[in-house]
Design a protein around this ligand. Structure first.
Ligand SMILES: NC(=O)c1ccc[n+]([C@@H]2O[C@H](COP(=O)([O-])OP(=O)(O)OC[C@H]3O[C@@H](n4cnc5c(N)ncnc54)[C@H](O)[C@@H]3O)[C@@H](O)[C@H]2O)c1
Length: 254
């Protein structure tokens, strides 16, 4: 039995071709929602949809480049035309941090990080809000990061974008709460995903080093992050507005 009931709800998730977005898409669908699986990786999005439909759920794959406002608007329009509206959005697409200190970071690396992970969330909120207002309300969950709360050397583009997502979330929450749209952010610690697998690169030693940074002593499963997204999008969190919720095994506590 799913813990939540999202029957009749329409959910759009960016970055849903893998990792946290895929886990979230599967959980929403298992709880009865119709899910738009949006990603720049359309093949991966179709794989997520197949997982959902094989399990008896309802989902469609949509191509989106979140760094492009028109593309994000087209994703929302496609959602409304396929399922009749939009109730919940998870603005989640992301790319890995730069791996270079600021003096050595190419401008293009900085600009792409900001475009995907900060402007991408801005475009998401901008185009999702009108569709939600047409339904009388909704919920938006933005993916920030532990790197939205503390600094990390070598990842200025990522850290700046993720800090920005929290400011954007607080502002959007204030702008739209009186119209029935609750907007919050999650700040995951390290969770198993394509991004993290590439980073760890199959090395047990590297994984152990990353795990040791988390007081809980391990990295997360993407499902553990998805669980928080469902809670923030559900009536169970009805008084939660504009928070940046760490889900990080204690990573940002010290
Ligand atoms: N996994 C972690 O440890 C972790 C920790 C903190 C925050 N996050 C954040 O979680 C989110 C999901 O990442 P993940 O770990 O699941 O990684 P992932 O690489 O598995 O998934 C990211 C997805 O975003 C998609 N994407 C990238 N650029 C895009 C674009 N321009 N338009 C649309 N889609 C695009 C990718 O194709 C991919 O499917 C990201 O915002 C990431 O920064 C992840």
């Amino acid at each position: 039995m799913p813990q939540y009931d999202f029957d009749g709800k329409v959910v759009a998730i960016t970055g849903a071709a893998s990792g946290i977005g895929r886990a979230t898409a599967r959980k929403f669908a298992a709880a009865g929602a119709s899910v738009v699986v949006a990603d720049i990786d359309l093949e991966g999005a179709h794989e997520t949809v197949a997982m959902i439909t094989d399990a008896g759920g309802v989902a469609s794959a949509v191509h989106v480049d979140v760094a492009d406002s028109a593309s994000v608007k087209a994703m929302v329009d496609a959602t409304v035309s396929m399922y009749g509206g939009l109730d919940i959005a998870h603005n989640n697409a992301g790319i890995v941090g730069a791996g270079a200190n600021i003096a050595d970071m190419p401008d293009e690396t900085w600009e792409r990080g900001i475009a995907v992970m900060l402007s991408g969330v801005f475009y998401g909120i901008k185009h999702e809000v009108p569709a939600m207002l047409a339904r009388g309300g909704g919920a938006i969950v933005n993916t920030s990061s532990g790197a939205g709360l503390i600094g990390f050397p070598g990842m200025a583009n990522y850290v700046a974008a993720k800090h920005g997502v929290i400011g954007l979330t607080k502002t959007a929450a204030l702008e739209y709460i009186t119209q029935g749209i609750r907007i919050n952010a999650i700040c995951p610690g390290t969770a198993r995903s394509r991004m993290v697998d590439e980073w760890i690169n199959g090395s047990a030693e590297a994984e152990a080093q990353v795990a040791a940074l988390h007081p809980i002593g391990r990295i997360a499963d993407a499902d553990e992050i998805a669980e928080a997204v469902l809670w923030l999008a559900s009536p169970a969190s009805s008084f939660v507005v504009g928070v940046a919720m760490p889900i990080d095994g204690g990573y940002t506590l010290p």
